[in-house]
Design a protein around this ligand. Structure first.
Ligand code: SF4
Length: 318
């Protein structure tokens, strides 16, 4: 029998590309104030086009407005309103907008079926290098987000960004911290292992991550993480078919949200769906769509979100 490999049919809405952090490898950000925010009207017309295209997840991926900025509450409200709109139009929102306050996350829970934030790497040395001008990448703040999500019972996606200049021993520290949070709260549905690949817009060039490096990370993650956490890899960042298949054979079982543009890595487009299906089929793997919330968490969601999720589960089953 074929092994099942899942993905989430997704489309990414970007409320704003502006971000007060300056990670040196970023291919997404513009300076604060340099980007008009996505309007609700603009989002509505985009979402209308998607209603006939089998898209389930709307990933709301945003640059960050500083927590002390006078524009923070308007920024937060815009993200909230976009989630609400996506829900009203029949989609399932999943937000990743950087670290939120406990109060902000508690509100966001009402309009998201799951949320996400990459731990990236907890190695403090990175605060002197790639994250020297990125206060949001403080490791303790990232861990606190996992704790908030656990306390609020939010199904959560996190992960590691590989190839930032960390040592392989640092992976263990980051993975153990994720495992510990999950053991306490049971809320981590998936961990992404994301290899850094250089883009055309980043401030500082870094070498690409090769398949063997990612394969080693998967092996470490399989050793350190509880079995009920799904391992996800982004297939567009793994150019070699052999490396991709190797990662899936090593225990990654999910390809993440797949849509027309990877907004964080716009230089790396996804393989056409039919090509991916064919490739995996030749290795006895079947590609299957999934929702952005894993079934074991459906009961954690507020009632109105449970209703939306049930509708999608029925659609996928038919
Ligand atoms: S990687 Fe994320 S947090 Fe860092 S500058 Fe880019 S958008 Fe901001």
């Amino acid at each position: 029998m074929d092994k099942i490999i899942t993905y989430s049919p997704a489309y990414t809405l970007v409320p704003t590309y502006e971000c007060f952090n300056r990670c040196t490898y970023c291919n997404f950000r513009v300076d604060p104030g340099q980007d008009g925010w996505l309007s609700l009207e603009g989002a509505r017309s985009k979402l209308q086009q998607l209603q006939s295209q089998n898209v389930i997840e709307i990933l709301i991926l945003s640059g960050e407005v500083h927590p002390q900025s006078s524009r923070r509450s308007a920024w937060f409200q815009r993200i909230y309103d976009l989630c609400e709109l996506a829900l009203e139009m029949g989609f399932l929102p999943h937000t990743n907008a950087g670290p939120l306050s406990y109060k902000e996350m508690a509100r966001m829970r009402n309009v998201n079926v799951s949320m996400g934030l990459m731990v990236e790497q907890l190695a403090p040395e990175l605060l002197k290098t790639v994250h020297a001008h990125a206060p949001s990448k403080n490791p303790s703040m990232r861990l606190q987000q996992l704790e908030f999500a656990g306390q609020l019972r939010i199904p959560f996606t996190t992960g590691l960004l590989l190839g930032l200049g960390e040592k392989k021993a640092d992976w263990t520290v980051s993975l153990d911290a994720i495992a510990q949070s999950h053991t306490k709260h049971g809320h981590i549905q998936e961990v992404i292992l994301q290899p850094h690949q250089p883009g055309t817009r980043q401030a500082q060039k870094r070498p690409p991550c090769y398949g063997s490096y990612l394969a080693d990370a998967i092996k470490t993650a399989k050793e350190r993480l509880p079995d009920d956490i799904t391992l996800q890899i982004p297939p567009n960042l793994i150019r070699s078919e052999a490396a991709l298949i190797n990662c899936l054979n090593l225990g990654a079982t999910d390809l993440g949200g797949i849509g027309p543009i990877d907004e964080a890595n716009p230089d790396y487009s996804h393989r056409p769906h039919a090509q991916m299906v064919k490739l995996l089929k030749t290795h006895a793997m079947t590609v299957q769509p999934r929702l952005p919330v894993y079934e074991q968490y459906d009961g954690w969601l507020p009632d109105h979100l449970q209703t939306a999720v049930t509708t999608w589960r029925q659609k996928l089953a038919n």
